[in-house]
Design a protein around this ligand. Structure first.
Ligand SMILES: Nc1ncnc2c1ncn2[C@@H]1O[C@H](COP(=O)(O)OP(=O)(O)O)[C@@H](O)[C@H]1O
Ligand SMILES: [Mg+2]
Length: 234
């Protein structure tokens, strides 16, 4: 599903006289459908940077990131912004530690929106309404499963606690099966019960054929979800 080949990436620190900081050096990594690979490495080794490269947020200096997308094989490292947008709507889900909430959009719609994006645009108003309704039903089911209090569903997540925002983020990442699922410490602010729900969701995604790449600081979670670990170090 995913084949990373000799990926390199550095940052230029302009505030420090243009100092070059090499972060990823010739990283290669393959992930089969149904696998969950955990990235290991001390803080600052480039785990999050690699995830952002896989999501197309960071460009790479060299190397390639091949993904078997719905429309065929594509190199994320050289994809156009339009191609990247499409990949993010239908093929790749990214659950970061932090939710970037759009002001005024209720939690339920933040989640439902992801489900709608992955589908062809509605052909009529009636069709649009039916799709909206189905999306909201799916979103409700997931938020319920993640124990997000129902009183919050119609509120924008901007003022939610860290754990509540994280659950909205997780629901958004899992509502639509993705081919590539990127998880950057998805359980960092969750309690034990909700961690278990996330573990279940990851197992279900793997069973559905997703390739999962994750950073899991919680060893228990990592052992429960990953079938393989890959260490990043300079
Ligand atoms: N946008 C950025 N600009 C400059 N340096 C960065 C940026 N993002 C990360 N870094 C640096 O790259 C290194 C790797 O960071 P990161 O990928 O966040 O590591 P990890 O997730 O493994 O803790 C760190 O030294 C960090 O300071
Ligand atoms: Mg990190």
């Amino acid at each position: 599903m995913l084949h990373v080949e000799s990926l390199s990436k550095h940052f230029t620190l302009h505030l420090r006289g243009g100092l070059e900081l090499p972060v990823l050096k010739q990283v290669s990594l393959s992930v089969e459908p149904g696998e969950c690979v955990a990235l290991l490495g001390a803080s600052g080794q480039g785990k999050s940077t690699l995830m952002k490269c896989l999501y197309g947020s960071y460009g790479a200096d060299s190397g390639s990131i091949w993904l078997h997308a719905q429309d065929g094989r594509i190199d994320i490292a050289s994809a156009t912004p339009q191609q990247m947008l499409k990949l993010r709507q239908r093929d790749i889900a990214y659950v970061s530690q932090f939710l970037r909430a759009v002001p005024r959009v209720p939690a339920l719609d933040v989640v439902a929106e992801r489900w709608l994006q992955a589908r062809p645009a509605p052909v009529s108003d009636l069709d649009a309404e039916a799709l909206q309704e189905t999306a909201r039903i799916e979103a409700r089911a997931l938020l319920q499963r993640l124990n997000l209090p129902e009183s919050l569903w119609e509120l924008p997540p901007a003022t939610f606690s860290g754990g509540e925002q994280q659950r909205v983020n997780i629901a958004r990442g899992f509502i639509e099966p993705a081919r590539l699922l990127l998880l950057d410490e998805p359980t960092a602010s969750l309690d034990a019960a909700n961690r278990r729900v996330v573990i279940e969701l990851i197992h279900e995604a793997r069973a559905a054929g997703a390739a999962v790449v994750g950073i899991f600081h919680d060893e228990e979670v990592r052992d429960a979800v990953a079938n393989r670990c890959v260490a990043l170090n300079h």
